[in-house]
Write a protein that binds this ligand. Structure first.
Ligand code: SAH
Ligand code: SF4
Ligand code: F3S
Length: 437
């Protein structure tokens, strides 16, 4: 399995893996050793597109080089968007499926095995992928989807076209899944939706995300996270639920996209710069320790120096813990793709670099403030850079490395919680030592 894109795709890949394991398959170490290669794809920006087409094309040599029986399946957002075109461009692909029918993959693979390559794309799904079996990447963490699709149609974004209309999953089903996961040893749940704050509007006539937070926290799970929040729908009730529920992690990803009200209007984001700043002060007065992260797009059509100055200023005012900075990428079929005033590449690059600088310095400053504090971390594994260190995450989602020798051996397992004191801060991680050996 190769997974690209957002957390929704990570979730779906765990379900695809679960389905295929139920069919008796096992994960392979590399494509060379695999009988079936599945790509779960993303098309949110042009780069993701290019990478996928490149990688799938390069697998052709696997088939021509003596393994003609290998099956290649492409699903996810590019599958949904390109359907039959994908097989025309890459005829060595055996199965193309979309975002609404991952449950059909075993049957499609069976057909391909019998010599019938197939493309199946549906416009809407009937089941939630969360109702399918799952093979979780970590035994202690689970993704739980509460909504699928998106009805917001931000003018730059392709997601509504490839993920369909927004649909919520009934609250009882969400809670039942969370209970079953806790019984199975899960300690951290991440609730998923393109816009979790509008959860329930289609089913109940009003948003009920705050209730989801409280109900999932009550299942006995130790940490609840969620993604993604839309500033137009994040309401006071949700802020209260976050603040009052200890299991809900005090970290929030709240994509701003731009600091200019004019650009936000052109993006169809339905909120202003002032609204966003107001939300942040409301959040911070309810939760002084809240870590805030965001997404931002640089070079949206028609973005002037003044618009960008507003973005820089907003970032300086807020001082985000983390930000994902993207260069605007035109997506065919979206309204922004046919907006005339493209920003020159060199201007975009200059703006991008100055924004990244502001982001790095605010991230470093946020981490610096944690030096000397005690934090509870959830161990996620050995550090990738240093075998002698363990890596964990705070509730605020900061990466912390601690020396493994200082941690009792029975607590070395990933998925356990330890208390640590923070000794040193870097821009993107912290160093600490465990308390109460
Ligand atoms: N539903 C989420 C995330 C959507 S995609 C949300 O509304 O926040 C993740 C991020 O990709 C977006 O927040 C946006 O910053 C970025 N993005 C989406 N379309 C893009 C495009 N055409 N060009 C550049 N960045 C884009
Ligand atoms: Fe895309 Fe906007 Fe929907 Fe997010 S809210 S997925 S950015 S259309
Ligand atoms: Fe990409 Fe699809 Fe997610 S386009 S960002 S994988 S919803």
């Amino acid at each position: 399995m190769r997974t690209f894109g957002c957390q929704m795709n990570k979730h779906d890949s765990e379900r695809i893996a679960g389905l295929l394991e139920a069919e008796g398959m096992l994960p392979a170490e590399s494509p060379e050793l695999a009988d079936v290669v599945v790509f779960n794809t993303c098309c949110v920006r042009e780069k993701a597109d290019e990478r996928l087409y490149g990688q799938v094309a390069s697998l052709k040599t696997l088939k021509t080089g003596g393994r003609p029986d290998v099956l290649i399946a492409v699903g996810g957002c590019i599958g949904q968007r390109d359907g039959t075109h994908l097989r025309k461009r890459l005829p060595h692909v055996d199965v193309v499926f979309g975002t609404h029918n991952i449950g059909s993959l075993p049957a499609l693979l069976d057909a391909a095995r019998q010599g019938r390559p197939s493309v199946q794309i549906l416009d809407e799904g009937e089941t939630f992928a969360s109702d399918l079996p799952s093979r979780r990447e970590h035994p202690w963490h689970a993704w739980v989807s509460i909504t699928v699709g998106c009805d917001n149609y931000c003018s730059y974004c392709i997601v509504p076209y490839v993920r369909g209309h927004e649909r919520s999953r009934v609250l009882e089903a969400v809670v039942a899944e969370a209970e079953a996961l806790v019984a199975d040893g899960v300690v951290e749940i991440t609730l998923l939706g393109q816009n979790v704050n509008s959860y329930g509007r289609d089913l109940y006539g009003k948003p009920r995300f705050a209730e989801v937070l409280r109900a999932v926290a009550a299942t006995g799970v130790q940490r609840v996270r969620f993604a993604t929040s839309h500033p137009k729908d994040l309401c006071g009730e949700t802020i209260r639920a976050m603040a009052e529920t200890p299991q809900v992690c005090k970290s929030l990803h709240l994509p701003v996209q731009s600091g200019s009200s004019r650009t936000l209007a052109a993006m169809n984001r339905i909120y202003t710069r002032e609204h966003y700043l107001g939300l942040v002060s409301e959040l911070r007065s309810a939760m002084p320790d809240l870590a805030l992260s965001t997404d931002v797009i640089v070079g949206f059509p028609g973005e002037t120096d003044e618009d960008f100055a507003d973005t820089l200023d907003l970032f300086q005012q807020i001082g985000f813990d983390q930000a994902f900075t993207f260069i605007y990428s035109p997506r065919e079929g979206t309204p922004a793709a046919s907006m005339p005033q493209r920003v020159p590449k060199a201007v975009i690059q200059e703006r991008f670099d100055s924004l990244v600088e502001v982001v790095q310095s605010s991230a470093a400053a946020c981490n610096e403030r944690l030096v000397g504090t005690t934090q509870q971390i959830l161990i996620v594994g050995r550090s990738k850079r240093d075998e002698d260190m363990l890596t964990g995450r705070t509730g605020s989602n900061k990466v912390v490395h601690v020396p493994a020798r200082d941690v009792e051996t029975q607590r070395l397992r990933s998925g356990s919680f330890i208390d640590v004191e923070i000794d040193e801060a870097q821009t993107w991680f912290l160093l600490g030592h465990p308390l109460n050996k």
